[in-house]
Design a protein around this ligand. Sequence first.
Ligand code: HEM
Length: 418
Amino acid sequence: MKTETESRPLPNGFELTELNPDFLRDPHPVLDRLRQEAPRHIHRHAHFPDAPTGLYLTRMDDVRAILSDATYQRDPRSTPPGSLARAFAPASVMIDGPHGNLLYLDGAQHRRVRSVMSRAFTPRSIQAKRAEIEALAAEMLARLAEKPEFDFIAEYAAPFPIYVIARMLGLPDEDMAQFRQWSEDLIFVFNPLRTPDQDAHQKAAFAGLEDYFARAIEARRNQPTDDLLSGIVHGEADAGGKLIDNEISTLLLLLLLAGNLTTADVFGNGLLALLEHPEEWAALKSDPSLSAIAPEEFLRFGPPVAIAARYVPEDREILGCPVKHGAAVVLSLIGANRDPETFDDPHAFRIRRGRRDHVAFGGGVHACPGAPLARLEIEVTLNLLARHYPALRLTAPATRDRPTLGFVGLSRLMIALN
Ligand code: HEM
């Protein structure tokens, strides 16, 4: 006879996304259950009956095994009609010609764009910006400290990464307000429940940024400078040749889409965890040098990217399960980061853990190239908070009600610095 737990149906499809209010509030009870009862969960989407049945993986070892296998696909154009890859692909990546959206490219096409970006956007070029990033963070926090309370998400976590990447790209200060507005409006694209007004804003942001980037690319082509944008425009790909305009502007949009909401979310998730664990905040205040390793626990405990998806290149057996060509293998990054086989007491938040072997940044050929920048932004912020704002505290319960598919973050986090 089956126990009650065994007979409860396992969640599937959108139930395992932020469109499910319970999952949005706290996905871990469900992910823990899947990891224990069905770590290689047969995954179906009722809304996509033609899509081949896929897998939903929650164990760290399984997630790593798929991430490190470059034979899995990301390009929706290489999957058969009816696949989830096609259903979820942005229109801009379904074109016949080349596009520069690394997330949706495989093999040689991926290496071509990634090699140009990797040469321009190196850990060294990021570290070279440390003093500038510190100065920007200090200035923003000092201004916010004058307020009795403020929303950390809207006033720091969201704009700070936008300003940082804008400066790295070499955009002039006078364009910053407009650039910030567009960058923030882009994010509505991830919200399938966006209002008509938000939809209009996201469309206008894409159009505005494309036009803005077209002009900036042209200017750098005529007159190279020493910024990231020039590095991308003039960079040579591994196999030779330079990126064309469409590839460059898609890549730039991706830097904003992949870098801004993610960093903002990890700031929010991590700061909330820190303030909800007063002993951890006290430890950081008494030893601010812990800010060098604390970002790893922010990323492990509160990763902003919920899942990574890979598509199966031909009928094959995966981890003992037969799976069809074009099926989606969904890797739960938030689930893997709480795997008790990998992390001792995984639901505990401990800033001294210092474990870099989480999968918040994915892995394999698509591993996040922005990781050094995100780590640096979190580190300098924590260092400043610990040194200068010991009275930092929550002033209201945090709000987690944002149904952005695949991204886990707060919509509001009210705090006071003094
Ligand atoms: C805490 C912040 C961040 C997190 C947690 C994060 C997470 C991720 C993850 C999980 C992937 C891989 C997705 C997949 O394999 O399907 C990824 C890819 C990517 N990220 Fe990040 N990211 C962050 C910040 C950034 C920043 C700051 C930038 C750049 C400014 C950036 C640029 C990219 C790009 C371009 C890719 C695509 C790489 C490829 O497909 O080859 N990310 N990121």
